[in-house]
Design a protein around this ligand. Structure first.
Ligand code: FAD
Length: 323
């Protein structure tokens, strides 16, 4: 059944986040030949419409207002609900990011719709769209079908391939003007805690440190390796609790859930709560001086050794490959 599917493009620091393109890739499967309408909400976002079209949207609707400059659930839900009302879609897709996790349930409840959250793959089977999502902290996967009503899903970053960018594609970028009612919360300032560089939840390569890193300075070799690989630095809760790094880097059950192509765990024992956040990474490399460490049970490649010797060696070797 051909469906019209809305895809919310997520903007950070003036650029579209990669998960927006992955959500279009997912929407393409769900649209089954129907129209894909990109949606951009914010201030000064019109110019990004063309990029959503290059990645597969057929056209784009934008809602611009100075009250939407910063994300608030109140402001963005007013904007997105107005687009839903004017477009009457059969599907809505967005990233399973901090924004998507906050906004999607609110929209679903306002529309009295179901929501399939944290989707890692979509396939066609027996005439149904089958959504796969991890449960029990990634220890099992469940498959869901939407039997009727709106097909509404949030997509986990780094799992569904975006469509290839096609700069020859063109489509209409139109604006919807609505009156944003006074917001109940106003964001005055955003204080960044995470380090500059690649966003942890979208990184293709993560170099993560645990208590074995031993100090804040101990993270420096990991930062160097991450830089050479174009990746991000993450951490176990052990390292965060010991004050070696900020909690915004924490990966695991009570931290971020990540699925990079390559996860390099340095001085991390592999507690179940840590595995919950990274065990679905495509390739896991573990560096630990204890050959019995639990992390080796999930690792594709294990290096038994001192991370302060191994990590700089890896950095040097990767540097050579880049020359
Ligand atoms: P440790 O377990 O102390 O391991 C350090 C490892 O470093 C050891 O294996 C050691 O052999 C190795 N090592 C030491 N020196 C070196 C060296 N020089 N070279 C190489 N290896 C070395 N944890 C998370 O990570 N994320 C979560 O989200 C999370 N949520 C939790 C939620 C709850 C409710 C609870 C109860 C716990 C949670 N935890 C979480 C904590 C978790 O149980 C572990 O305590 C924590 O993951 C341990 O961190 P670690 O592996 O860095 O430290």
């Amino acid at each position: 059944m051909a469906r019209k599917v809305l895809v919310l493009g997520e903007v950070r620091d003036g650029s579209l986040r990669n998960v927006s393109f992955e959500a279009i890739g997912a929407a393409k499967l769900a649209a089954e030949g129907g129209e894909i309408v990109g949606v951009l909400v914010g201030e000064g976002v019109n110019a990004l419409g063309a990029e959503l079209i290059e990645y597969g949207a057929d056209r784009v609707v934008t809602v611009e207002d100075e009250k939407l400059k910063q994300y608030t659930s109140d402001g963005f839900s007013q904007a997105l609900l107005a687009v839903v009302e004017s477009e009457n879609p059969e599907g809505i897709f967005m990233g399973h990011t901090a924004l998507g996790k906050d906004l999607a349930p609110r929209i679903a409840s306002k529309l009295n719709s179901g929501l399939v959250s944290d989707v890692t793959s979509i396939e066609e089977a027996g005439g149904n769209l089958v959504f796969t999502r991890p449960i029990y902290s990634g220890k099992a996967f469940e498959k869901k079908i939407v039997t009727d009503g709106l097909v509404f899903a949030t997509i986990r970053p780094n799992n569904i391939e975006p469509l290839a960018k096609d700069e020859s594609r063109s489509g209409e970028v139109s604006s919807l003007t609505i009156e944003i009612k006074d917001l109940r919360a106003i964001i005055k300032d955003v204080v960044r805690k995470a380090s500059e560089g690649v966003d942890l939840s979208e990184a293709k390569v993560i170099v993560a440190g645990g208590r074995g890193v031993k100090s804040e300075e101990g993270f420096e070799p990991l930062q160097e390796l991450a830089k050479v690989l174009g990746g991000a630095v993450g951490a176990s809760r052990g390292a965060c609790d010991a004050d070696y790094c900020d909690y915004s880097l924490q990966i695991g059950q009570t931290g971020k859930v990540v699925t990079p192509d390559l996860y390099i765990a340095c001085g991390i024992s592999g507690a179940i709560q840590h595995l919950a956040g990274m065990s679905n990474s495509k390739i896991i490399v573990a560096i630990n001086k204890d050959p019995e460490a639990n992390i080796f049970k999930v690792a594709d490649y294990g290096i038994v050794g001192d991370l302060f010797e191994v990590v700089p060696m890896l950095t040097e070797e990767f540097k050579k490959l880049k020359v």
